[in-house]
Design a protein around this ligand. Structure first.
Ligand SMILES: *Cc1c(COP(=O)(O)O)cnc(C)c1O
Length: 488
């Protein structure tokens, strides 16, 4: 252990990490959610480390994990069933993230109706892609309903999509892409009238909208206070500001949750008994989330919510003052989707923001809606919101000077005509290379271009199924073993 020649692994780790986006500082407006409170982060990290080896597989072997889970669920149930508005029958499970919460919500709904040959889930077109993943994994039909001009779910169109094989109606609070809350009361009532479950995906809003309401902001009802809402997903690793790896799936009653649980005694080992997709699972993320929630508490979250909404309001006001920019929708929560006019394009703006030290996420045009710059605003963004707006104004000016990225019409026609089902591996490699995502020649490794605008503009032209196939090929080419260069 004390070999002086041993490489300092942790130093190497820090070197490697220098290539990543920063997770603190409020300048990364996607993927990470930053409270801006160093002490909260430290406590979360230490709790993760302290529980890294603990196993959430068996709550009787690690009772502290069960206690922390029940306390987290209790805290969330308090947030999501404001006193006097709903029965206190809510139960829940800590999962590894929003996707797992969504997967389990769909699996639970499916398995509540074993009589159905081909169950379907009815969801607005703005529902998170995790619902498509769930449909794919669990053999459920994803019945997608177009949204209204305001990007909110359309209750009449939803009603028309329901049938006797519908096991779940989905609503978002808010939707990821546009940051608006669906008309949950209408959707849940439609579902309840037919005895169908209704899941509210509050992965984003779950830990921040209850405080928005308390701060006096207008929030349309979406919690268990709404009759007919049967389950809710809430991510702790988003606006709970917890370390990565925790979300909650809550059900209105234990009976509704029951099909989520899995047991198998059909082998010679221990009886496997799981509430989640994972079996052995680290206690780290759960302990990290518990420690952060204990540290911040209700008052801490209310303060962070006040900060994040102050930042959102300032961004909305600032965007209105930048020529060529607009909003896809007035944000109901903490996500802002910014549009442009024809003078520039969102992809170039995102590149220009990165040049200035800000990571913002490009979203491609979809189903007639515009491409947008997506901002996941954190409490930590408030401290530098004026710098953010200045960088945005500069980036727009640079993008206007450069002019919108144009895809050659011949190439666009070619891409639109391609059917991914007919393409060979070599065709895909050729397409990736043409898009600027090819091999760098350095041992076959792929290198991302510094500027992504041209790549994104090309990908946007491709139909969704071709885009998916290209991205899967890209991931395949990225994911190849790195062999040790020297013997150890
Ligand atoms: C982030 C998100 C998810 C998926 O969560 P992960 O933690 O990324 O797996 C699902 N729904 C919504 C609305 C989200 O914002």
């Amino acid at each position: 252990m004390s070999d002086p020649d041993a490489p300092d692994v942790l130093a190497r780790l820090r070197d490697l990490q220098a290539a990543d986006l920063p997770v603190h500082g409020g300048r990364t407006l996607a993927y990470v959610y930053d409270s801006g409170l160093a002490e909260v982060d430290r406590i979360g990290r230490e709790a993760v480390a302290a529980y890294a080896g603990s196993n959430g597989l068996d709550p009787t072997a690690f009772p502290s994990l069960l206690q922390m889970e029940n306390e987290l669920v209790g805290f969330a149930a308090g947030l999501l069933t404001p006193s006097g508005t709903a029965p206190d029958t809510v139960v829940g499970t800590v999962t590894s993230g929003g996707t797992e919460s969504v997967l389990l919500a769909v699996q639970t709904a499916r398995d509540s109706r074993p009589d159905l040959a081909r169950p379907n889930v009815v969801m607005p077109a703005t529902a998170h892609a995790a619902f498509h993943k769930a449909a794919h994994y669990f053999g459920v039909e994803a019945r997608v309903v177009p949204v209204g001009a305001d990007f909110r779910a359309d209750p009449a169109a939803t009603a028309a999509a329901l049938d006797d094989s519908t096991v779940l109606v989905v609503a978002s609070a808010p939707s990821y892409a546009h940051g608006v809350v669906d008309p949950v009361e209408e959707l849940a009532a439609l579902a309840a009238a037919r005895g169908i479950r209704c899941h509210v995906d509050a992965c984003i809003g779950g830990w921040v909208l209850p405080y928005a309401a308390r701060l006096g902001r207008a929030v349309r009802p979406w919690t268990f206070a709404v009759p007919g809402v049967t389950s809710i997903s809430v991510d702790l690793h988003k606006y709970g500001y917890a370390p990565k790896g925790t979300s909650l799936l809550l059900h209105r009653t234990p009976e509704l949750r029951r099909p989520q649980f899995f047991a198998s005694a059909a082998w010679p080992g221990y009886t496997m008994l799981n509430a989640t997709m994972q079996s052995t699972k680290s206690g780290g993320p759960l302990a990290g989330a518990w420690a952060v929630v204990q540290t911040l508490g209700d008052a801490g979250y209310e303060k962070l919510a006040a900060d994040v909404f102050a930042a959102v309001d300032r961004i909305v006001e600032g965007v209105a003052g930048i020529e060529h920019l607009g909003l896809a929708a007035v944000p109901d929560s903490t996500l802002v989707a910014v549009t442009t006019d024809d003078a520039c394009d969102v992809f170039t703006i995102c590149d220009e923001m990165l040049e200035r030290g800000w990571y913002v996420q490009p979203q491609m045009a979809y189903a007639g809606g515009p491409s947008t710059v997506h901002l996941s605003v954190s409490a930590a963004t408030l401290a530098s919101v004026e710098e953010l707006l200045a960088a945005l104004a500069e980036s727009v000016a640079a993008a206007v000077a450069a002019g919108p990225v144009r895809v050659d019409s011949g190439i666009a026609d070619f891409l639109r005509a391609l059917d991914p089902a007919t393409l060979s591996a070599a065709d895909f490699d050729g397409l990736l290379a043409a898009a600027g995502l090819g091999s760098s020649g350095d041992g076959g490794a792929l290198a991302l271009p510094r500027r992504m605008a041209e790549v994104n503009a090309l990908l946007e032209v491709a139909a969704p199924d071709l885009r998916e196939a290209l991205m899967v090929t890209f991931l395949d080419r990225l994911s190849r073993p790195a062999y040790p260069s020297a013997p150890r």
